[in-house]
Design a protein around this ligand. Structure first.
Ligand SMILES: NC(=O)C1=CN([C@@H]2O[C@H](COP(=O)(O)OP(=O)(O)OC[C@H]3O[C@@H](n4cnc5c(N)ncnc54)[C@H](O)[C@@H]3O)[C@@H](O)[C@H]2O)C=CC1
Ligand SMILES: O=C(O)[C@H]1O[C@H](OP(=O)(O)OP(=O)(O)OC[C@H]2O[C@@H](n3ccc(=O)[nH]c3=O)[C@H](O)[C@@H]2O)[C@H](O)[C@@H](O)[C@@H]1O
Length: 567
């Protein structure tokens, strides 16, 4: 190994997005001896990074930025200055799926990465280590090197490293502080190894050496695509089984638990859902498929394509189920969508499955009330009026209403659809603890049954002793808001439907309230007896009117989920 004679004192990161911003913030926090400047050509984005309202929502990020900003962390649009001063430059720009020309709809669009390479070549006056942080096709570093070498200047030398990012949105700060591994790929030459050592030195400020692994450049680039493909494949695998569960009476959570307890398989990423979203899984797998086709490996391409196809199937299947259960028509029905982000704890909506659900319902003539705690209303409208989603943006604007309060969103609607697993949808509205299972829901209900609903300003918040005694070690977490499904039920049209696209709600409890419940990977056919109400009948009896009645009343027993659902 080559000995390091110089450490890095100035870093520049091109791209102040979901990766560049959090990555450099945590790096600045942990490396106070390094000055880090994050640049972007978007003046608006940089202004937001320099303001009190950051352009992205990530738990814990505000605090990190507050500590480092204008100390050793800077956000700027002066790209030239930052490039010139830096010894090491991260390229952290977007690499979306191409929407034009060769490889349209599949290949990664490298025009922004190439743009960075050209800027670096033009502006640099001394040697640089250039680090691919963006997710790129395998051998992209070669193209970057071609551009840099073709614009050779005397005395200016470049080393290219691949250092893909594995953070997940919603847990970015946590992931960056304690990554499973940091991966650095470089050329197997003395100069390449020296560059690797320097980047290792930066990470070693806070990451144990054993967690920093080094490979050749191509392995590093491919490992990033492979990791995302494996993760997405697990979701598609469990989602494929969720369809089998619904058809047979198995419960996908039980299957996932049983399978995940095999230490060779492990429990993570086996949560069945309406489908995966996010800016990367689909784009990176499409890119992998495209690469395989280019390498004349059609069988390999088809194998990975199936992960995407299964995800599309799952999103469509869930959307169609909503329509079927609502008597095969949603025309002029108002439906509330709870959660629009592609996962909880982020305001990001890129490739969110909520778009597919909303588009399907809008195409069928439904009207939508949408609530998400973190997504900006303009973003929802922009997503749903995008040309790839609708040919009639004016119709969408008329049919969609965005709400800042979930109770306002559900009022008067025929159905409620959970598209994002936000914690506030699943905490006890009395004690604000997470309610995830039927026994837990029942304990909460028994304990709080006669208590008045919690008032946010109350200093005497009722605590649930049952829960705190039965789950030792579970941290007490307060959420700013929490949903009261009895109140929701009372305000909805009847029969009131819940479609839980995340399998997070306490379904039997909701059935007890009177809801018709449908979820992923579990058949919920029978309304169960209500053990907690005086003189409850063996089967709750629902009035089958469309409006006006706020709870189980005498009438015709509906033993199932209404016409149109599978038996
Ligand atoms: N979003 C995520 O959670 C993760 C993303 N990645 C990868 O990281 C890369 C970046 O992703 P995001 O941060 O989500 O993208 P983003 O779209 O949030 O941010 C990219 C930023 O780069 C800027 N930019 C583009 N070209 C530029 C140029 N020539 N000069 C200056 N600024 C320029 C854009 O204005 C934008 O602000 C992608 O390759 C993605 O696949 C990797 C891991 C996680
Ligand atoms: O390259 C990237 O962009 C990143 O992509 C994912 O991170 P992210 O997309 O932010 O979030 P995930 O937690 O992976 O969730 C992706 C989607 O899968 C869904 N999901 C996840 C897990 C699960 O068990 N079931 C499931 O449906 C989520 O709800 C979400 O819609 C990877 O987890 C990161 O390691 C990677 O760096």
């Amino acid at each position: 190994m080559v000995k390091i004679t110089m450490v890095i004192s100035k870093i520049c990161c091109i791209g102040a997005g979901y990766v560049g911003g959090p990555t450099c913030s945590v790096m600045a926090l942990k490396c106070p001896d390094i000055q880090i400047t994050v640049v972007d050509r978007s003046t608006e984005r940089i202004a937001q990074w320099n303001s009190d309202k950051l352009p992205i929502y990530e738990p814990g990020l505000d605090e990190v930025v507050r500590q480092c900003r204008n100390r050793n962390l800077f956000f700027s649009t002066d790209i030239e200055k930052a490039i010139q001063e830096a010894e090491l430059i991260f390229i952290s720009v977007n690499t979306p799926t191409k929407t034009y020309g060769n490889g349209r709809g599949r290949a990664a669009d490298l025009k922004y990465v190439e743009g960075c390479a050209r800027m670096i070549a033009e502006m640099s006056q001394n040697s640089k280590i250039v680090v691919e942080k963006s997710t790129v096709p395998v051998r992209a570093a070669e193209s970057i090197m071609h551009i840099l070498k073709a614009n050779h200047k005397p005395g200016v030398k470049y080393d290219i490293l691949s250092n893909p990012e594995f953070l997940a949105e919603g847990t970015a700060v946590e992931d960056l502080l304690k990554p499973d591994r940091v991966l650095i790929g470089g050329e197997q030459t003395a100069a390449g190894q020296a560059a690797i050592e320097k980047l290792c030195w930066v990470y070693e400020h806070w990451i144990p050496k054993r967690s920093i692994i080094t490979t050749n450049t191509w392995s590093s680039e491919l490992s990033k695509l492979a990791a995302n493909a494996f993760l997405a494949q697990r979701i598609s695998s469990i989602n494929s089984l969720s369809a089998v569960c619904e058809a047979t009476g198995a419960d996908v959570s039980e299957v996932a638990r049983a399978v995940g307890l095999d230490s060779r398989i492990g429990p993570k990423f086996l949560q069945a859902s309406v489908g995966f979203g996010g800016s990367c899984f689909q784009k990176d797998i499409l890119n992998l498929v495209y690469i395989c086709e280019g390498l004349n490996l059609p069988e390999v391409a088809a194998y990975w394509q199936q992960v995407i196809d299964m995800n599309d199937y799952q999103k469509t299947r869930f959307s169609q189920k909503i329509i079927e259960c609502l008597f095969n028509t949603v025309t002029d029905k108002r439906i509330s969508i709870l959660g629009f982000a592609f996962k909880k704890n982020t305001g990001d909506t890129r490739e969110t499955p909520a778009i597919t659900v909303c588009r399907t319902l809008l195409d069928e003539g439904a009207q939508l009330n949408i609530y998400d705690p973190k997504v900006e209303p303009e973003q929802i409208i922009a997503d749903l009026t995008h040309p790839t989603v609708t040919e009639s943006p004016e119709h969408v604007k008329r049919a969609v209403q965005i709400f800042a309060d979930p109770y306002d969103a559900v009022r008067g609607t025929h159905a409620l659809v959970v598209c994002t697993e936000w914690d506030e949808f699943v905490v006890c509205h009395h004690c604000r603890r997470r309610v995830t299972s039927k026994p837990m829901a029942d304990r909460h209900y028994q304990h709080h049954h006669h208590l008045p609903p919690h008032h946010p300003s109350s200093h005497h918040e009722p605590r649930c002793p049952v829960e705190s005694n039965t789950v030792p070690g579970v941290p007490f977490v307060l959420f700013p808001q929490s949903l009261n499904y009895e109140r929701i039920y009372a305000s909805m049209m009847k029969p009131a439907y819940i479609f839980d696209g995340r399998k997070i709600l306490p379904h039997e409890r909701l059935q007890q309230i009177g809801f018709h419940v449908q979820t992923i990977g579990k058949r919920l056919l029978h309304q169960e007896p209500h053990p907690l109400r005086h003189g409850a009948a063996a089967v709750p009896v629902l009035h089958h009117a469309t409006n006006g009645h706020h709870g189980p009343v005498s009438g015709t027993a509906l033993n199932g989920d209404g016409p149109g659902t599978q038996a």
